[in-house]
Design a protein. Structure first.
Length: 254
């Protein structure tokens, strides 16, 4: 997937036109797990919405699996799954039925879709809770159901919009580890949007640092960066490239 010179302007009167993204260019290769980090208002959500085809760029080109996600939204059906900040489970459906929902929309036979859903609940340690409803599950368990639902449809791309930010630190760390493992084991492409530098380092093969108006200020290949500097130094450098301190210059310019 790629962005080439993308701009997104939200119109007001002439004095108030606002660019949420400008000169945004990036490429994410198949099989990569890329973390996108930046401060509130830096354009992360705009990038995310452009990627899934909810909004059209004002200028430039967005390509996902070779197609324009806005003008050919239907062509990407079933190829992209999204994990949101809240679990967005349907309260009237059991955990099993929630995970199976995407397969139900594809009119897959009930026995087959429930077998797939149960397998994903099992992989995420929730098979004993398959027939419980969301109100009886903890926040971490509900988010595991949401992750299982995303994987169950066997998409090529998984997009995550700060999915663990509402969880306590320990639960969030465990889910990050599980999510990363599953992405790698299933050879998916992952884009993980976060405001947390720690989370970006923990989950990403590569980190893209966003600054306003929505553009990539620096990028890091995590393994290579950690060979050059310790983790605390890397965090300081990412923070600097987010715009909060003088940069040490270790992030690759883009």
């Amino acid at each position: 997937m790629s962005f080439e010179g993308v701009a997104k302007r939200f119109d007001g009167d002439e004095a108030r036109d606002h660019y949420a993204a400008r000169d945004l260019s990036l490429t994410i290769e198949r099989g990569e797990l890329v973390a996108v980090v930046g401060k509130t208002g830096c354009g992360k959500s705009t990038m995310f919405n452009l990627l899934i085809g909810l909004i059209e760029p004002t200028a430039g080109r967005v390509s996902v699996l070779g197609v324009d996600p806005f003008h050919r939204f239907d062509a990407l059906a079933g190829k992209i799954s999204v994990v949101f900040q809240n679990d967005r489970l349907m309260p009237w459906r059991s955990a099993l039925a929630n995970v199976a929902y995407g397969l139900e929309l594809r009119q897959m036979p009930k026995a087959q879709r429930e077998a797939i859903a149960m397998d994903w609940l099992r992989q995420l340690g929730l098979d004993a809770h398959a027939h419980k409803y969301p109100h009886s599950l903890s926040g971490g368990m509900r988010q595991r159901v949401s992750i299982a639902r995303a994987f169950a449809t066997d998409p090529e791309i998984l997009l995550c919009d700060e999915p663990f930010s509402a969880l306590d630190e320990l639960t969030g760390a465990r889910l990050r580890e599980e999510f990363r493992r599953l992405v790698k084991e299933t050879h998916k492409t992952g884009v993980f949007v976060t405001h947390s530098i720690d989370e970006a380092i923990a989950i990403g093969d590569r980190i893209l640092v966003f600054r306003a108006p929505g553009h990539v200020a620096a990028e890091y290949r995590v393994a290579d960066a950690l060979q050059r500097q310790d983790e605390e130094s890397l965090k300081r450098d990412i923070l600097a490239n987010m715009g909060d301190a003088p940069s040490t210059g270790n992030g690759l310019p883009v």
